[in-house]
Design a protein around this ligand. Structure first.
Ligand SMILES: Cc1cc2nc3c(=O)[nH]c(=O)nc-3n(C[C@H](O)[C@H](O)[C@H](O)COP(=O)(O)O)c2cc1C
Length: 328
């Protein structure tokens, strides 16, 4: 058992979190994560309407009686989704933990707090972590440049971002981006975090509701097979390297504007990747950690393996090294 300020705060057994994932963070995966003693987040905007989100939360409750949360991602959009209505659905469903991500969460933080909901805010820089702390969130999830999805524009990898944030953030903080095994968990704890958040690793599990061929692609890919799209628009996103993402990067280099690539990068195409199992149909998020993913275990096997490996690294390898140092 690894207990930290974060496990105490959110009331789960293991310091392991499954962050929000568009099209992936559904009841099947989130309930499996909860049943394994970790913390999973349903992704609000994967549900077409706030009413669908209410139904998805209820469906998840039929699959687990352990705590789980909801992710609310606030990203720049031409036609923003009805955030306040999604927020209301979360509150009215009696959810007690929310993961916020993206721009200017204050309004949501204020409302969630009024209802006693704990907020884990995910961000990619120390300054945003500190501003979220000032806003009153309960914990920070700090996402390094290795991560799938939006790594921000500072390009600071976890090895620097986690300890620099840990030096300044006072509330519990978990480390995100590039984690997939017990060695990573120990490293995060050593760098000053109180747990880990994972996306990509949870995609390649039995309960993850995406096509088997995409899970197998993640296993086959190594750490070099991602692309950073939307760099020229300062809205960088790390996605799998494929026919579409390489084309988008090439078009951006030639000065393409969002309008020119809009159809190629559409969410609808990305969704078809997961449904039809063809990795070249659209852009889909994946992180560098795919280089460390070699199998498709159940969520329970994955979580217990990470914890057991972390304990082994601490009790055997690190303890032995420290002893050797002591007797040298
Ligand atoms: C397929 C996929 C979709 C994601 N969608 C979201 C999202 O909608 N909102 C969000 O806050 N983070 C999203 N993320 C980011 C994850 O929550 C997490 O921060 C990230 O995956 C951590 O990096 P890792 O993949 O190296 O573990 C997504 C990640 C993946 C892999």
């Amino acid at each position: 058992m690894i207990k930290t300020r974060f496990t105490e705060l959110v009331g789960v057994e293991h310091p392991i979190v499954q962050g929000g994932m568009q099209w992936v963070g559904r009841a099947e995966l989130v309930s499996a994560v909860a049943n394994a003693g970790a913390l999973g987040f349903i992704t609000a905007l994967t549900q077409p309407t706030p009413e669908d989100l209410t139904r998805e939360i209820a469906r998840c409750r039929t699959m687990t009686d352990k705590p789980f949360g909801v992710n609310l991602t606030i990203l720049p959009a031409i036609k923003p989704p009805p955030y306040a209505e999604y927020r209301q659905a979360i509150i009215e469903s009696g959810i007690k933990i929310v993961e916020t991500a993206g721009n200017k969460p204050q309004e949501h933080v204020t409302e969630f707090k009024k209802h006693g909901i704990k907020i884990v805010h995910k961000c990619t820089s120390v300054r945003h972590a500190l501003s979220a702390e000032r806003m009153g969130v309960d914990a920070i999830s700090i996402d390094g440049f290795e991560c799938a999805g939006h790594p921000g524009e500072d390009d600071t990898p976890g090895l620097i971002l986690i300890p620099t944030a840990a030096d300044k953030v006072k509330i519990p903080m978990i480390a995100s981006g590039g984690f997939g095994d017990g060695r990573g968990l120990v490293a995060a704890l050593a760098l000053g975090a109180e747990g880990i958040n994972m996306g990509t690793r949870f995609m390649a599990t039995r309960e993850s509701p995406i096509h088997q061929l995409i899970k197998e692609r993640i296993v086959a890919n190594d750490e070099r097979e991602t692309e950073l799209i939307f760099r020229t628009m300062r809205n960088t996103s790390r996605v799998a390297r494929n026919a579409i993402s390489t084309k988008v990067v090439a078009m951006e280099k030639e000065g393409a504007k969002f309008e020119d690539i809009r159809e190629l990068v559409s969410g609808a195409r990305g969704r078809r990747v997961y449904e039809e199992g063809d990795p070249d149909l659209g852009v889909w998020s994946v992180g560098l950690v795919q280089g460390l993913i070699h199998d498709i275990p159940t969520v329970e096997q994955l979580v217990s393996r990470i914890v057991a490996e972390a304990e082994r690294v601490i009790e055997q390898r690190l303890a032995r090294l420290a002893q050797l140092a002591g007797t040298a």
